[in-house]
Design a protein around this ligand. Structure first.
Ligand SMILES: Cc1cc2nc3c(=O)[nH]c(=O)nc-3n(C[C@H](O)[C@H](O)[C@H](O)COP(=O)(O)OP(=O)(O)OC[C@H]3O[C@@H](n4cnc5c(N)ncnc54)[C@H](O)[C@@H]3O)c2cc1C
Length: 620
C-alpha cells in the first residue's frame, strides 16, 4: 500500500513528494508531464521581497527549492541592500529549463519515491476519508494520504483577446474532473486568474536602447549550504526599459479587446501582480512604467518582459511590443495570455494543510489560492511533512507568525481566506523585523533537525555558527575603544561622530553606519570571520532595541496562541457573541484564541465571550 500519493509535480508537489519520501514514506508522485516538473510558466526567477525569505525558510526545514535555485542561477542579486535588513531579499535569475531538469533529477534519485507521468482525473474517498486516486487510464492507486497540488491546471482556460483556449500553462493539457470531485466532497471552489507577458526572440531586440541591470556576481546564495551555488564565469545580464505614452495609447485604445476588460475573464486576478492594461487603468497618472528584460534559459533564446503581462489580442500585442525602446523589430516567440483556473477556499484547511472536509487529503500550492513558486513550495513542504507525521501519529508542524513567513502564509490562508491569488509581501508580516533573510537558520533549523529532514552537516554548521556568534558578541561587548585623539580624528575623518566616552565595540556597532570590519580596524584588528557571521552580529547589535520590542509583542501573541480551542466547539452555544462572529468562527474553526482574534468579523468582545464559555464549561 502506498503511504502518500502526491498529485502534481509543480513547486508544491516536488517539495511535498521529496519531504514525504525523505521521511521514509513510500511515496508516489503523479504528474502530467515530466518535462514540466517544477516549471516556471511565468517569471524565470526565484525569490525577491518576502519570497526570498520563504526560500531560506524552506532550506532550514530540509526543503529543496533553495538548493536548486543556487544550482541553476543565471544571476544573483540582493535587493534593498540600501535599506534595513528586514527587507533585504535575495533574488535569483533562474535558468528555468535547468531548474526543471535539476528538480526532476533530484526526484528520480530519491529513495522511497516513485514517479508516474499521467493525469489524475478523480479522487476516491470512503466515509469522508481519502482512499486514493484514479488516473486518466482508469487505473486506481490506493494510498493512506493524498496531497493535491494541481496548481493552475484545474479546468484551466487561456484567454488572449477574444480567444478562449481550453489549455493549461505553456500549452499543457488542463486537468479535468478533480475540482468537480472536490465540490462533490463538499469543498467550496473559486475561479482565479493570473497572466504572463510575451516572450521575445533574443536576437530580434536592440540592447543598446536599454539600461543594464547587473547582479551582485555570485556571492549570495539561498541555501545555508554554500556548496550548491554555481559560479558562472559571467552572470547573465538583465535590462531595464520604460514604457511611454505611445505604448499606453495603443493599450488604452484597445482596452475593450483585452480578455480582462472585454468581459471574457471570470476569475479574479492578483492585485499585486497586475496585467499591464490593469496598471494603466489603476495608475492612470503614471507617465511611464518600468519593465525588466530577463533571460529565461541558456537553452532558450527568448526574453521575458517582466511587468508586461497582458490578455490583449495578438495583433495589439505586436504593436505594444514594437512600441517599446529596443523592440522596433522584435519577434514575438510566445504571446502574452491570461489563464483562469479552479482553486479552493483555503479556510477549509487545518493549519497542517489537511482538509477539514476529507480526512487524509492535504492541499498545497496555487490550488489553495496563492500565487508564486515560493509560496507553493513552502506549502508543499509543510503538507509533505505533515502527511508523513500524521502516519507516525506525530503532532503536525505548525509555524507561528513570529517564527516564519511560512507561518504567516498558512495562517492568513486558513484564517482569513483569500478572494484573489495571494502573494507573500513583507507588509503581511507584523513581526517582519524578526523574519529576516539572515536569521532564518536561527529561527527554524532546530525544528528542521527535530523533524528529521534537515541534513546533519547543515545542522552542525549552524550550531558552530551560533557558538561563534555568541563568543564573538561576548568578546565585542568586553572590548573597548577609548576616545583618544587618534581614534576620534579617524572617526571624524570618515564622517562619523567622535566618541565622548569609552565604548565597547558592540556599543559602536549600534551605530547603523559603522560596519563590523570598521569597528575592528579601529582597534587595529583585521576581520577574519565569514560575512554570514559578522553580518548577524552587526544586525543584532544595530537593531537590538527594535528586535527586543518585536520579541515583546511576539511574546504577547504567543500567550494568545497558547490558549487552545476545541476543533469541534459548538459556537451556537456561546452566549452574547455577534451573529457574524458566530458564523465566521463556525466556518473557520480556529484552534487557538490567537487565530480566532485574526478572523475578520470577530471582535475582541466576541473572543472574551468565547473565553468565558470555555471557563464556564471547563473547556480550558
Ligand atoms: C500564466 C501564468 C502566470 C503566472 N504569473 C505569476 C506571477 O506573475 N507571479 C507569481 O508569483 N506567480 C505566477 N504564476 C503562478 C506560479 O506559476 C504558480 O504560483 C506556481 O507555479 C504554483 O506552483 P504549484 O506547484 O502550486 O502549481 P504548478 O506550478 O501549476 O504545478 C502544477 C503541476 O501539477 C501537474 N498537474 C496538474 N493537474 C494534474 C493532474 N490532474 N494530474 C497530474 N498532474 C497534474 C501539472 O502538470 C504541473 O506540473 C503564474 C502562473 C501561470 C500559469
Amino acid at each position: 500500500m502506498i503511504d502518500i500519493i502526491v498529485v502534481g509535480g509543480g513547486h508544491a508537489g516536488c517539495e511535498a513528494a521529496l519531504a514525504a519520501a525523505r521521511l521514509g514514506k513510500q511515496t508516489l508522485l503523479i504528474t502530467g508531464n515530466f518535462d514540466m516538473v517544477a516549471s516556471m510558466p511565468c517569471n524565470p526567477s526565484i525569490g525577491g521581497p518576502a519570497k526570498g525569505t520563504l526560500v531560506r525558510e524552506i532550506d532550514t526545514l530540509g526543503g529543496e527549492m533553495a538548493k536548486v535555485a543556487d544550482k541553476t542561477c543565471l544571476q544573483m542579486k540582493m535587493l534593498n541592500k540600501s535599506k534595513g535588513p528586514a527587507v533585504w531579499a535575495l533574488r535569483a535569475q533562474s535558468d528555468k529549463r535547468l531548474y526543471s531538469k535539476t528538480m526532476l533529477q533530484t526526484l528520480k534519485s530519491t529513495d522511497n519515491l516513485d514517479l508516474l507521468e499521467i493525469y489524475a482525473c478523480d479522487l476516491l474517498e470512503t466515509d469522508g476519508i481519502i482512499t486514493g486516486v484514479r488516473t486518466k487510464d482508469k487505473t486506481v492507486y490506493h494510498a493512506k494520504k493524498v496531497i493535491l497540488s494541481t496548481g493552475t491546471f484545474m479546468e484551466a482556460k487561456v484567454l488572449i483577446g477574444h480567444e478562449v483556449i481550453h489549455e493549461g500553462p505553456d500549452k499543457q493539457k488542463p486537468s479535468h474532473g478533480i475540482s468537480a470531485r472536490l465540490r462533490a466532497f463538499g469543498f467550496k471552489t473559486m475561479r482565479l486568474k493570473t497572466g504572463t507577458p510575451p516572450r521575445i526572440k533574443t536576437e530580434s531586440v536592440d540592447f543598446s536602447k536599454m539600461k543594464l541591470s547587473p547582479g551582485d556576481g555570485f556571492i549570495y546564495h539561498f541555501s545555508h549550504d554554500p556548496t550548491h551555488l554555481r559560479v558562472l564565469d559571467k552572470e547573465w545580464p538583465c535590462y531595464l526599459i520604460h514604457t511611454d505614452q505611445n505604448t499606453h495609447e495603443i493599450v488604452l485604445d484597445h482596452l475593450q479587446d483585452s480578455a480582462m476588460y472585454g468581459g471574457q475573464v471570470e476569475g479574479v486576478g492578483p492585485r499585486y501582480c497586475p496585467s499591464f492594461e490593469d496598471k494603466l487603468v489603476r495608475f492612470s497618472d503614471k507617465k511611464r512604467h518600468q519593465l525588466f528584460i530577463e533571460p529565461e534559459s541558456a537553452e532558450i533564446d527568448e526574453l521575458y518582459l517582466q511587468g508586461f503581462s497582458s490578455s490583449m489580442p495578438r495583433d495589439v500585442q505586436k504593436d505594444m511590443v514594437h512600441s517599446l525602446p529596443g523592440f522596433k523589430n522584435a519577434v514575438i516567440a510566445k504571446y502574452a495570455y491570461a489563464i483562469e483556473y479552479d482553486a479552493i477556499d483555503p479556510r477549509q484547511l487545518w493549519p497542517s494543510l489537511e482538509s477539514k472536509i476529507t480526512e487524509g487529503l492535504y492541499l498545497a500550492g496555487q490550488v489553495n489560492g496563492t500565487s508564486g513558486y515560493e509560496e507553493a513550495a513552502a506549502q508543499g513542504l509543510i503538507a509533505g511533512i505533515n502527511a508523513a507525521r500524521a502516519l507516525d501519529k506525530k503532532e503536525p508542524l505548525v509555524l507561528r507568525r513570529d517564527e516564519a513567513y511560512i507561518g504567516v502564509l498558512i495562517d492568513d490562508l486558513i484564517t482569513k481566506g483569500t478572494k484573489e491569488p495571494y502573494r507573500m509581501l513583507t507588509s503581511r508580516a507584523e513581526f517582519r523585523l524578526l523574519l529576516r533573510h539572515d536569521n532564518a537558520d536561527k529561527r527554524l533549523m532546530d525544528k528542521g533537525h527535530a523533524i528529521g529532514l534537515l541534513e546533519d552537516h547543515m545542522y552542525e554548521a549552524f550550531k558552530e555558527k551560533q557558538t561563534t556568534i555568541k563568543a564573538e558578541t561576548k568578546r565585542l561587548k568586553n572590548t573597548y575603544v577609548t576616545p583618544t585623539e587618534k581614534v576620534n580624528a579617524r572617526l571624524e575623518n570618515d564622517g562619523y561622530a567622535p566618541l565622548k566616552k569609552k565604548t565597547s565595540l558592540h556599543g559602536l556597532l549600534k551605530r547603523p553606519k559603522i560596519a563590523y570590519s570598521y569597528a575592528l580596524r579601529l582597534i587595529g584588528e583585521e576581520p577574519v570571520l565569514p560575512d554570514a557571521i559578522s553580518e548577524q552580529i552587526k544586525i543584532q547589535a544595530t537593531y537590538q532595541g527594535y528586535i527586543k520590542k518585536a520579541l515583546k509583542n511576539a511574546k504577547k501573541m504567543k500567550k494568545d496562541e497558547a490558549i487552545r480551542l476545541p476543533a469541534d466547539l459548538d459556537y451556537d452555544k456561546v452566549d452574547n457573541i455577534a451573529n457574524e462572529a458566530r458564523q465566521k468562527l463556525s466556518e473557520v474553526r480556529p484552534l487557538t484564541i490567537g487565530q480566532a482574534m485574526r478572523i475578520s468579523g470577530v471582535n475582541p468582545s466576541d473572543v472574551q465571550m468565547v473565553l468565558v464559555h470555555l471557563k464556564k464549561n471547563n473547556l480550558r
